[in-house]
Design a binder for this molecule. Structure first.
Ligand code: ACO
Length: 346
């Protein structure tokens, strides 16, 4: 859809709140993936699997792995630098840095603080959030609340993961699915723009055990025993997660459209969490979206959790799949369980 052809009709649910003309737009995006590529053929040599199984069950062909010593904060900082350059914002202008990750460099300091130091964003407050694969959308909601309320002018939201550090490379059920990378967005008011129209968030902690890293927290601190029992790696009930993901991503997307009285046909680009091609296809079919409305890059990166939609958003913007004035719809699902969606005017 070209910008010139657009006459979109939707409502901005934020208009009923008294933000005195203040909106929150994405002023710049950036992403970073490490150089090292791990292909399905490489995995065939590591566990009992095949390119055919991985491709037909997931759609993934390859994923990126961080270099030895490369950390989540390194990748997040690089994505952030690119987003800042895209927005034309200097690090010193940042008021707040929010980092979504399940693979922080360490329990503390937060990865957000480490990124703040790497960027030289001296004025910025910084904290991490943890909502697994939904983290970037959760971060957008938190960040835009600060911008809309005029608490802060410029907020950086980063989704960054080094999932290779919590993947059990002997477990074929999970090791074929995940990859490393980071994406970032700079949030600001843009006069006259709608920007983020609505963000939906949800959670069901009752299903947390279906997708988890059991040990390494205060419930089960690291010990010889936890290491021996491989409890520091991702464990997932794939089928249950799959069903819940389709249901929650559809419901979240529909809720965002309903709030804005917008129709799926108006959305130029749908950016779903990149976990599994079959989940994406099922979500698109239920939403009655056309295949060319849906952005997919999981064939190249696998599931990068909190970085997933952030990387895809950057690629979609850079490649011209989203243009100024377009509606874009993000819909996500992850451990917790958590889910969310964001409808925005680019
Ligand atoms: N290669 C070959 N065979 C495999 C592999 C593999 N890599 N992995 C599993 N299998 C086998 C299983 O052992 C099983 O064999 P069995 O029937 O002899 O027991 C068989 O394949 C089928 O396994 P299923 O788990 O039923 O396969 P399914 O079709 O469900 O696909 C998958 C598995 C890809 C994990 C899928 O369930 C999925 O994508 N789930 C959702 C993942 C997701 O959405 N995660 C999102 C959040 S992630 C986050 O928050 C960090």
């Amino acid at each position: 859809m070209k910008s010139s052809q657009k006459s979109l009709s939707f409502i901005n649910p934020r208009a009923k709140h008294n933000f005195q003309g203040r909106t929150c737009s994405i002023a710049g995006v950036g992403s970073y993936v490490p150089e090292r590529v791990l292909t399905n053929q490489d995995l065939e040599k590591m566990v009992e699997t095949s390119d055919e199984w991985i491709t037909t069950r997931t759609g993934i062909k390859e994923r990126r792995l961080a270099a030895p010593g490369e950390t989540t904060s390194d990748m997040g900082a690089e994505a952030a630098r690119r987003a800042l350059a895209d927005a034309g914002v200097a690090p010193e202008d940042l008021d707040l840095i929010i980092v979504a990750t399940v693979t922080p460099d360490m329990p503390f300091p937060s990865t957000a603080c480490l990124i703040q130091a790497k960027l030289g964003a001296r004025r910025a407050a910084a904290f991490d959030i943890e909502a697994a694969c939904s983290g970037f959308v959760y971060g957008l909601e938190i960040g835009q609340q600060f911008v809309m309320s005029r608490t802060y002018d410029t907020v950086l939201v980063v989704g960054a993961e080094k999932l290779s550090s919590i993947v059990d490379w002997t477990d074929r059920n999970t090791c074929v699915l995940f990859g490393d990378g980071a994406g970032a967005a700079v949030l600001r008011n843009r006069d006259g723009a709608h920007g983020l129209l609505t963000v939906c968030m949800g959670a069901d902690g009752g299903k947390g055990s279906l997708l988890q890293v059991p040990a390494g927290g205060s419930a089960m601190p690291a010990s010889e025993e936890t290491v021996k029992r491989r409890l520091h790696y991702i464990r997932m009930e794939g089928r249950e997660t799959f069903k819940n993901a389709v249901q929650a991503m559809c419901a979240a997307a529909e809720e965002a459209l309903r709030r804005c009285r917008a129709d799926i046909s108006q959305v130029a680009c749908i950016i779903p969490h990149q976990a599994n091609r079959r989940i994406i296809d099922a979500v698109a079919a239920r939403l009655k979206a056309k295949p060319d409305q849906v952005y997919v890059n999981l064939d190249r990166y696998g599931n990068t959790s909190a970085a997933s939609v952030a990387i895809a958003l950057d690629e979609a913007a850079r490649s011209g799949r989203i243009q100024r004035g377009d509606l874009a719809l993000l819909t996500v699902f992850g451990g917790g369980f958590t889910w969310g969606s964001a409808l925005l005017e680019w």
